[in-house]
Ligand binder design. Structure first.
Ligand code: NAD
Ligand code: ZN
Ligand code: ZN
Length: 379
């Protein structure tokens, strides 16, 4: 069959939207009609080359939702008609990490940048090339073939146009606060970077009972909207936020500082480290250039002040547990999803959508596959 998809042919590069050939599902795979996909900064790291890829071309996207339309041989967990949300780690459920309840760290994570399916093959093809898929997903496509381990069946009554957000940005940000920073009632929490991930750290921290949720973001739009998600104070830079955190903690500093900026540099980890109190926690969720090394933190302070630096992947939890749980919270009116979507786009306008990300004009931009030409809708 044919599918319209956004593909990266070189790094750095732009997404090129075209019609491609898609083969049917192989063993353990299903055909998904995509409904929506959020644009995460990790997709942009692929386009800029911050995340170098061993194989190109590649269809991007990993924050998707859709409906199963065909089931391949050997599939046991999904049926035609099921509503699904993607998992960017195709967790096996059997390795040491999965057994420990950390499916986000499944050994299959080692495969997700190769572009290939589990059997080493490709389902998408065009311009004389096999085309890989990001994270074994490639959600920037109207139709896609995915392994059943990459898909989480979700309740039918949550619109798929917002459910896509719980594929990455929401659990990642929420878990950065709730699991990574282990925010407790009354805590003073700094969130550096209030985009699609960081805004969910804000709502996670607020939900966990933080007394102060201090947002740092240079973009006025992000600061303006952060209050809706639970921010109590906003600043344009970390120095002002640090001063403020100290002013309300008798000079000690924040209990935690969560780094969710778009492109991380070592200095930002150091800034977060300087903003926290003794025995406080820095959470590092952001990515930058894969080869980047080092953060200028004081080596005496890390031990003598007993400070903790905690990396967080996929919210530090199992997506197969977190995704349905977060959707239940949304259905119960406890989690904001609709408010995260600033703008919707047609797949053909994907580069415009990334421009809006770069210019700080959207919390999340979402590609809407159901309405060709969609702009600014609110489905
Ligand atoms: N660890 C994980 O599992 C995981 C998952 C998803 C995304 N990520 C990473 O998280 C990061 C955030 O992703 P996103 O989709 O929210 O990006 P985004 O572009 O939507 O948001 C980034 C925000 O950071 C702000 N920012 C930039 N420089 C800043 C600075 N110096 N101080 C404070 N704020 C600053 C921007 O204005 C923007 O609001 C990216 O690096 C992404 O790759 C990690
Ligand atoms: Zn992501
Ligand atoms: Zn595993």
């Amino acid at each position: 069959m044919k599918t319209r998809a956004a593909v990266l042919w070189q790094q750095p590069g732009k997404w090129e939207v075209d019609d491609f050939d898609l083969a049917g599902p192989g063993t353990g795979e299903v055909l998904v009609e995509m409904v929506a996909t959020g644009l995460c900064h990790s997709d942009d790291h692929i386009a800029t080359g911050d995340t170098p890829l061993p194989n190109l071309p590649l269809c991007g996207g990993h924050e998707g939702s859709g409906i199963v339309r065909e089931v391949g041989p050997g599939v046991t967990t999904l049926n035609v008609g099921d509503h699904v949300v993607t998992s960017f780690i195709p967790a096996c459920g059997k390795c040491l990490w999965c057994a420990r309840g950390l499916q986000n760290l499944c050994d299959n994570g080692a495969l997700i940048l190769t572009g290939a399916q589990f059997d080493g093959g490709y389902r998408l093809r065009g311009r004389g090339h096999d085309i890989g898929t990001m994270a074994m997903l490639g959600t920037f496509s109207e139709w896609q073939v995915m392994d059943e381990s990459s898909l989480i069946k979700v309740r039918d009554d949550v619109p798929l146009g917002v459910a896509c957000l719980v594929a990455c940005g929401v659990p990642t940000g929420w878990g950065s606060a709730v699991n990574g920073a282990q925010v407790s009632p009354g805590d003073v929490v700094i969130v550096m970077g209030a985009g699609g991930v960081g805004m969910n750290a804000v709502q996670g921290a607020s939900h966990a009972g933080a007394g102060h949720v201090i947002v740092v973001d240079p973009q006025p739009f992000k600061r303006q909207i952060a209050g809706e998600f639970g921010a109590t104070h906003t600043f344009a830079d970390i120095a002002e936020a640090t001063d403020f955190a100290r002013s309300i903690t008798n000079g000690q500093g924040a209990d935690s500082a969560i780094v969710t900026v778009g492109v991380i540099e070592g200095q930002q980890i150091a800034d977060a480290f300087n903003a926290i109190r003794k025995a406080g926690t820095v959470v590092v969720t952001s990515q930058g250039a894969v080869a980047a090394v080092g953060a200028p933190i004081n080596l005496f302070e890390i031990s003598m002040y007993q400070k903790r630096i905690q990396g967080v992947l996929y919210g530090m939890t199992s997506p197969r547990a977190a995704v349905p749980h977060l959707l239940d919270m949304y259905a119960d009116g406890q989690l904001k999803l609709d408010e995260l979507v600033t703008k919707r786009y047609a797949i053909d306008d994907i580069n415009l959508a990334f421009d809006d990300m770069h210019n700080g004009q959207v919390i999340r931009g979402v590609i809407d596959f159901t309405t060709p030409g969609a702009q600014g809708g609110t489905q």
